[in-house]
Design a binder for this molecule. Structure first.
Ligand code: GDP
Length: 434
């Protein structure tokens, strides 16, 4: 999917436009209590073209002076986006901060469209002319509060998406990424996997994200490692901000089949780990949990079991993810990782036989009767698998409202028990039978 970024100085209305473009999509969070996406990254659609969208204004670079903030945000847009929406404010007119942003955007080869916000009435159209001076062609008047002009803006955006799909890996090549807090050892683990083959990527501004896709072979099979750690640009202020790391992680997750959630075994689990893992789960990717730095942990025969239990307690929603303990440093057990990735990936695209699925559901219902609500009992007519990556099932029922969370969870678990979906989330959707 192509990516669109919104940049501009504060208070021009970036997040209003972001929310308008994203629409209701943002609140769609599959049954993961407490896990929501940051409101800086989401997806949108226009004329049947789907894209990711980033509100760079939401990436606060704490402590940095005002000008540095907007400059860094513009850099992020250049790094991440295929098309950039440069927002300005028609009421306030052109400001020096706008010109500052423009100067940075000139350096990118990316298509830029200037959106002049808060142009709510025709008299204000004259103010548009000033914005031609930014040098990005015809400015588009919009009104975030009234939702005017968005169509024109999005027309420009989708017309300027890269024409050829940049990704043409074979279907059977598994793409996996490593996510986790800084210093958990992602980079070291990539090194451990690659050994001597490690490709050093240059720090040139505008290095495309494809440059960090590293091909990798194991046991005669090809993989692609989506390596976020290798992309670090030394000296950029925004590299250290949490939201930017999250953004990076989300972009990598989006493009992966399997996500390795890397945890530092020496430090244990902290809240941020949970959040990062939540993104991968929510995105419906296959997941393997990696506990790194296991060499540095003082252990007895119980330590691993205890740590595993801790992970299970913290990541209740990841009960399906296998856990691998290893050391990137000593390379101990690094070889056990790829087989787990294989299993997770295989299950991620598993299709089950419909009759067997229906038998499983019927057995489940016989064992644990469906719930009733206001005198009505949930009736399940038929189940079928509608998608893979992740496996997604639709069950046709009399009334979807009657499928309460706990019963849904029960059915999901029965499906898991029957088919063994280790390493992958599954989705269950109830639909009314027509
Ligand atoms: P990243 O930010 O997640 O990519 O982490 P790095 O790969 O840069 O590693 C951060 C630090 O942890 C470095 O000093 C590594 O040498 C160290 N480290 C990485 N893996 C291991 C490991 O398995 N054991 C130990 N003891 N240290 C490790």
């Amino acid at each position: 999917k192509p990516t669109v970024a919104i940049v501009g100085r504060p208070n021009v209305g970036k997040s209003t436009i972001f929310n308008r473009i994203v629409g209701e999509r943002i609140s769609i969070v599959e049954d993961v209590p407490g896990v929501t996406r940051d409101r800086i990254y989401s997806s949108g659609e226009w004329l049947n073209q789907y894209f990711n969208i980033i509100d760079t204004g939401g990436i606060e670079i704490s402590d940095a002076p005002f000008m540095t903030q907007i400059r860094e945000q513009a850099e992020i847009a250049i790094d991440e986006a295929d098309v950039i929406i440069f927002m300005t404010n028609g009421r306030e007119g052109l400001t020096s901060a706008d010109e500052e942003v423009a100067k940075i955007l000139y350096r990118s080869k990316k298509p830029v469209v200037v959106a002049v916000n808060k142009v709510d009435n025709p008299d204000m159209r004259d103010t548009l002319y000033d914005f031609y001076a930014l040098g990005f062609g015809e400015p588009i008047p919009i009104s975030g509060s009234h939702g005017l002009g968005l169509g024109d803006l999005l027309d420009f955006v989708i017309e300027n998406f890269p024409k050829d799909e940049e990704e043409d890996y074979d279907e059977d090549i598994i793409k996996f990424s490593l996510i986790g807090r800084p210093n958990v050892g992602k980079s070291s683990l990539v090194n451990a996997l690659l050994g001597e083959e490690r490709v050093i990527v240059s720090d040139v501004a505008g290095t495309t994200r494809d440059a960090i896709d590293t091909p990798y072979s194991y046991d005669g099979k090809d993989y692609v490692i989506i390596d976020t750690a290798g992309m670090r640009k030394k000296g950029k202020v925004y590299e250290t901000t949490e939201k930017y790391s999250v953004l990076r992680a989300l972009r990598a997750i989006e493009r992966s089949d399997v996500v390795l959630v890397v945890i530092n075994g020496e430090e244990g689990i902290i809240e941020q780990d949970k959040k990062i893992a939540g993104y991968a789960h929510e995105a419906g990717r296959a997941i393997v949990i990696v506990v790194n730095k296991w060499d540095a942990v003082e252990k007895d025969e119980k330590t691993m079991k205890e740590f595993e239990q801790k992970i299970r307690d913290h990541f209740l929603f990841l009960d399906y993810a296998p856990i691998v303990f290893l050391s990137a440093k000593t390379k101990k057990r690094v070889h056990t990782l790829i087989p787990k990735i294989e299993i997770a990936s295989e299950n991620h695209s598993m299709r089950v036989i419909t009759t067997v699925l229906n038998d499983v559901i019927m057995d489940a219902v016989a064992m644990n009767p469906t719930p009733t609500d206001k005198g009505q009992r949930l009736k399940i007519y038929y189940a079928t698998q509608v998608a893979v990556k992740p496996p997604t099932f639709v069950i046709f029922v009399n009334d979807p409202e009657l499928l309460h969370f706990s019963y849904k969870r029960f059915l999901e678990n029965r499906i898991r028990d029957a088919f063994g979906f280790e390493g992958t989330p599954i989705k269950l959707i109830a639909r009314p039978r027509k």
